[in-house]
Design a protein around this ligand. Sequence first.
Ligand SMILES: [Fe+2]
Length: 378
Amino acid sequence: MLKLRRIKELTDLVFVRSEELLAGMCLARDIHFYDPSSQSAMVLKTGQKLTDMQVTQLCSAKLDGAYVDTVRSEVRVVSSINQQIRREAISNIHSLADNFIDSSKGVQKGDVEAIGNTTQELIDSLSSHKDILINIADIKMYDDYTYHHSLSVAIMAIAIGIELGLDNERLNELGLAGLLHDIGKVAIPIEIITKPDRLTREEFDIIKMHPVHAAAHLHERNLVNENIFRGIVGHHEKLDGSGYPNHLKGDEIHPYARILAVADVYDALTSNRPYRIPNPPNEAIEMVMGSMGTHFDERVVRAFLRKVAPFPTGSRVKLSNGETAYVMKNYPDQPLRPLVAVIGADKVYDLSLDQSCLNIVIVELIEDKKINRTLINM
Ligand SMILES: [Fe+2]
């Protein structure tokens, strides 16, 4: 029962942008912000229903938005990627995976069509909120790894694709490749996938075959086209040829594979895995940027940086000067330098625009238990 209740708690929470907040919406997380009209720090508590005046205050405080409880709200709540689509996506990937490991059956045309429909819904959601940054915490609410990882990668890949100007047909192919890229892992013994210790060479060789298993199975049955096939099979290739399975270099790697590679590595670095704790988002971003040009396509990384919010609005962060602050607003292009309100002091730091803040950096994201990634333990 505990598990069910906690999942319900999570699925009731969505992020709503400031301009879409309405009186009657119920807060799912505390909001700390600096109100310029009263020149003071304000706190709105979880469970509180917003009034018109508070909505105005939140908008004038330049807050990106707030986490809202969809069930307790008195008005209908919309989100960039709603829970219904998420649930549908996960359930469709599950069904496809079940058929993938059932050798008497194999993946069916209907399985791929169902995932294709989900992909279009993700594209529609993300395209209708083109200017919104992808809130990483918002899409990482679970850690039942492979399936949720696939959804996170697809969402990030589509967002990158939109930023790169891909048309709807290409976004569909890319999203489908994202949802299916790791499906080959379900055929690998679970003891290897979840092994907490270092993998032996033989075990790693088995893991390295997962892009081939998935792509070959789908391609042989004529369920995916050449582009999707090359996206899936190449998602672990690196520009300098040090990737796998085919050690492709530069332009030999399909553009979809180059996009999936960035989304895949970022999501893996920031997720809870049996063999290591997650990297903080800022470190993961720095690692991705550090591999730009050697492992990752520079254009793809730059598009990715414009679409992610590693320190989502409302999250609590530790600053290099020892202060703790709440994130109020994110800027595209400056994912590591948002606008923050210092807790316990009536001041805000604009880490991107204020010259006097140049020496201050965010050193830690203080995770909120409600949306952290430790649900694997429940
Ligand atoms: Fe993979």
